[in-house]
Every structure is written in C-alpha cells, then in structure tokens.
Write a protein that binds this ligand. Structure first.
Ligand SMILES: NC(=O)c1ccc[n+]([C@@H]2O[C@H](COP(=O)([O-])OP(=O)(O)OC[C@H]3O[C@@H](n4cnc5c(N)ncnc54)[C@H](O)[C@@H]3O)[C@@H](O)[C@H]2O)c1
Length: 265
C-alpha cells in the first residue's frame, strides 16, 4: 500500500475529530461527494482509492483527511488500510464501501476474467474491508454503508457480472446486520440509480440514457451529492435504529412496477 504524498492538513499529527469514516473509491464520483459532505460535517475521512493520481488531486488542500492509495480487492492492502487508519485517527466510526467498477456485456461474451475482475472489486472488496474494520467498529459501535445499485435490485440485460455482484452486496449487507447488530454495529445499503460519473458514462450509451429518463419517475439522472446525502444519513445518528436496509436513491425507478413510457400521462 502506498500512502499518497499528501496526508492530513495537520502537520503536528492526527487531530481526530469526533467521528472518523473510511470511504473507498473516494477519488471521484459518489465517493468524493460523500467524503466532502462528511468533511463539511466535521467527520475526518480516510479517502481510499486505487487511482493514485486522481486521489492526490481530490485530496489536495483538504484538511482532516488521510489519503490511502490501495486496491480494496487485495487482502493485505486492506489489512494495512485499517492499521494505517487507526494509527492516524485512532478510531473508525463508519466504513463506506463505495469503490466499484462496471462492465456491461451479454452472458455469452462475459469472460471469466471479466466476471472475476468485477467480483474482486464489487464483492470481495466489500467483504474484505468490512471484515478488516469489524474489530475497530465494535469499539465505536460504528456502522457500515455498502453501495450497491438498482442493478442489484432488478435484473436487466448486459449486467450478468455487475448486477450479480451488486445483488450479492445487498445480501452481504443483511448478513452483516444480522451478525453484527449485537455489537451495536449497523449495516445498510444504498442502491443508486444512474448518476453521470466516469463509471456510468463508460457504459451508458445515448440509448441507455434516454431509456433511463423514460423509466425513472423523476425523469432524470441523480447527482453525486444526492446519493452522498443518503449515505451520510445512514452513517449518522439520525439512522440509529436502522440496520439491514436497502435505500434506493434512484428517482423512483425501483418503486415503479409497470414503468412503461407509453403509460405516462
Ligand atoms: N454512477 C452510477 O450511475 C452508479 C449507479 C449505481 C451504483 N453505482 C455505484 O456507486 C459506486 C461509485 O461509483 P461512481 O459512479 O462514483 O464511479 P467512479 O468510477 O466515478 O468512482 C469509483 C472510484 O472507485 C475507485 N476504485 C475502483 N476499483 C477500486 C479498487 N479495487 N480499489 C480501490 N479503489 C477502486 C476508482 O478508481 C474510482 O475513483 C460504485 O460502487 C458503483 O457501482 C454507481
């Protein structure tokens, strides 16, 4: 694991705020929006990402952050992530398992290498980070928020690897809630609808964008900040009696049983 060049703004050493969160995939998109919102609330944030350049750019000038350049699908790097976080901030209150990758393709053309690559980050990463942080979360009676997708709630074409990985994340959330509740640890899931991030724009053609607009009652993509608000709520004490839940932040997509464009008023 490489600790990115630029560490916490406090050169005298760690100055833990009241709460400390680890956010994976924090160099851009939904993860970066979540980190910013948490920082604005006074939470210190360990910002984790495998893209070192983006991470350095994203964390430049931020205070109360610890940037860690690592791959969440690697058990050893994940173990270091937790020890570095504790060495720097002394505690972990929230873990946001946000890092993810997308790859769309038909079943017959999804190679085993692609399947494994998607599972490694989207599912193994959530398992590894959560397991590694559990001891620290027991100390703080902290929480986990896993980021799934509407693709994990509803099946669709071309998402055999991505959709299956996200459905598994939803079930893993429920497993965590069932087993860790007795230690005061809550685990919840946010299932975002489409957001114009680098991940989505790499796999959403204009046809897909138009079809999403038709299928979503609010008739638009969401923003990174709108998803981050749902994540931060589930991390907060306002959600102190909520665990094992999936919150779809999706403009109403999931709730719409028969969302045919021709049935619009
Ligand atoms: N954007 C959408 O439309 C959308 C919809 C539903 C769910 N999601 C989910 O939201 C999460 C964030 O996605 P985003 O749209 O912000 O994507 P993004 O590509 O903008 O950001 C993802 C970040 O994760 C990092 N990352 C990827 N693999 C990693 C690994 N193995 N270790 C460490 N870091 C890694 C990337 O470098 C990147 O900075 C993902 O889990 C994604 O599946 C996104």
């Amino acid at each position: 694991m490489k600790q990115a060049d630029h560490a916490s703004g406090d050169s005298t050493g760690a100055q833990p705020a009241n709460r400390v969160a680890i956010v994976t995939g924090a160099a851009r998109g939904i993860g970066l929006a979540t980190a910013r919102l948490m920082l604005a609330d006074g939470t210190s944030v360990v910002m984790v990402d495998s893209d070192g350049d983006e991470l350095s750019k994203a964390t430049s000038g931020l205070n109360n952050v610890l940037p860690l350049n690592l791959d969440i699908s690697d058990p050893e790097q994940v173990s270091n992530m937790v020890s570095e976080s504790l060495a720097h901030f002394k505690q972990i209150d929230c873990l946001v398992n946000n890092a993810g990758i997308a790859d769309f393709g038909p079943i017959e053309k999804t190679s085993f290498a692609t399947w494994r690559r998607v599972m490694a980050t989207n599912l193994d990463g959530v398992f590894l980070c959560s397991q590694a942080a559990t001891g620290a979360l027991k100390e703080t009676r902290g929480c986990i928020v896993n980021i799934a997708s509407i693709s994990g709630l509803r099946a669709s074409t071309l998402r055999t690897a991505y959709g299956t990985s996200k459905a598994a994340v939803i079930h893993l959330t429920q497993q965590q809630a069932a087993e860790l509740g007795e230690f005061g640890i809550r685990s919840n899931c946010v299932a975002p609808g489409p957001v114009r991030t680098k991940l989505a724009m790499a796999v959403h053609t204009q046809d897909i964008i138009d079809a999403y607009h038709d299928a979503i009652p609010l008739n638009r993509y969401g923003s990174e900040e709108e998803i981050a608000q749902a994540i931060v709520f589930l991390c907060s004490d306002k959600a102190s009696y909520i665990t094992g839940q999936v919150l779809a932040a999706d403009g109403g997509f999931e709730s719409t049983g028969v969302g045919l464009p021709s049935l619009r008023l």
